[in-house]
Design a protein. Structure first.
Length: 312
């Protein structure tokens, strides 16, 4: 895969509003079934997980574990998600369904062309060579539209939001890099509550693979139940909580982190509702690329490729 370093990655991130509009303007009319398995791996799992945690009737499963538990079974219907349409574990799961809807960025991919694929919904995210940015946002938009949510205000908001998201991402990158230059970081955590848990997981994935530093995403409560013992010398990035209860808990944990020699940081509050999971990931896209630039990373996916394909 040809790579153009951080400049190519920044370019892809900044294309998010343009390609989000393509989901809005597609003429395809579709709806998504409630209370069936929604299966993906990595970013393609975190998107339906965000929907589930936001209260939508989505049963999100990671493809690898779904296949492990359900080999030999048959399900009447499901929604299978893969940006490339080639992800091995998702293709394995496709054999477990009599029919399924494919959500993919590649209309001619194996997932979209299987005989038991009853419908394919395209992400319309264009070419993407770096960590998931456009494809993650567009997966969320396809899922929202499939549940008849009005995404017009969200898509309109995106274009004006990008500059703020970039400033926040740069600020977080500078914060992490400053602490890293002081000495060895014991950990870098990203914490979320509610649907922001999925954002924390997605953010840790893209930041880890782009910077080659280990980021760990998890629910706020999980960190409170043990991981806080690692606070000394750790950066802890809190995704601004939406509820007062979670906000109080986050402030309490942040105080403990600071007193223990760690480095807490809070993102800025964002509009709630269906806006939240789409908007709050974008600053982390910028964090990933600008921290990679600070660290002098010139290429990406040097150990593996963007698409993971394994033989069963």
């Amino acid at each position: 895969m040809e790579k153009d370093g951080v400049h190519g990655m920044i370019s892809e991130i900044k294309e998010i509003p343009e390609y989000a509009e393509k989901v809005l303007t597609t003429e395809q009319v579709f709806s998504l079934p409630p209370h069936v398995p929604y299966i993906g791996i990595g970013s393609s799992y975190y998107a339906p997980l965000a929907m589930q945690l936001a209260g939508y009737p989505v049963n999100a499963y990671p493809a690898s574990e779904f296949y492990h538990v359900n080999q030999g079974k048959s399900f009447p219907h499901g929604v299978l998600i893969s940006q490339s349409g080639k992800s091995s574990e998702v293709l394995w799961c496709s054999k477990l369904f009599r029919e399924y809807i494919a959500v993919t960025n590649e209309g001619e991919s194996p997932l979209a062309m299987n005989a038991n694929c009853s419908e394919k919904l395209l992400m319309h995210a264009g070419r993407e060579e770096f960590s998931s940015s456009k494809t993650y946002v567009n997966t969320l938009l396809v899922l929202l539209r499939g549940f008849q949510s009005d995404i017009h205000p969200l898509v309109a908001f995106l274009r004006d939001y990008m500059a703020e998201a970039e400033r926040t991402g740069r600020e977080m990158a500078a914060f992490v890099h400053e602490k890293q230059t002081k000495g060895v970081l014991r950990g870098i955590f990203i914490l979320g509550a509610g649907c922001s848990t999925a954002t924390a997981l997605q953010a840790s994935l893209i930041c880890s693979e782009s910077t080659r530093m280990v980021f760990t995403g998890m629910p706020l409560a999980w960190y409170d139940h043990g991981y806080k013992e690692t606070a000394e010398g750790s950066v802890v990035l809190f995704i601004a909580p939406e509820s007062e209860t979670d906000a109080r808990r986050a402030e309490k944990i942040a105080g403990l982190v600071g007193k223990s020699g760690g480095y807490p940081y809070f993102t800025k509050p964002l509009p709630g509702g269906l806006f939240k999971p789409v908007l709050e990931i974008i600053p982390f896209n910028f964090l990933a690329v600008y921290l990679a630039e600070y660290l002098g990373r010139k290429d990406f996916f040097t150990i593996g490729s963007k698409v993971t394909e394994n033989d069963l």
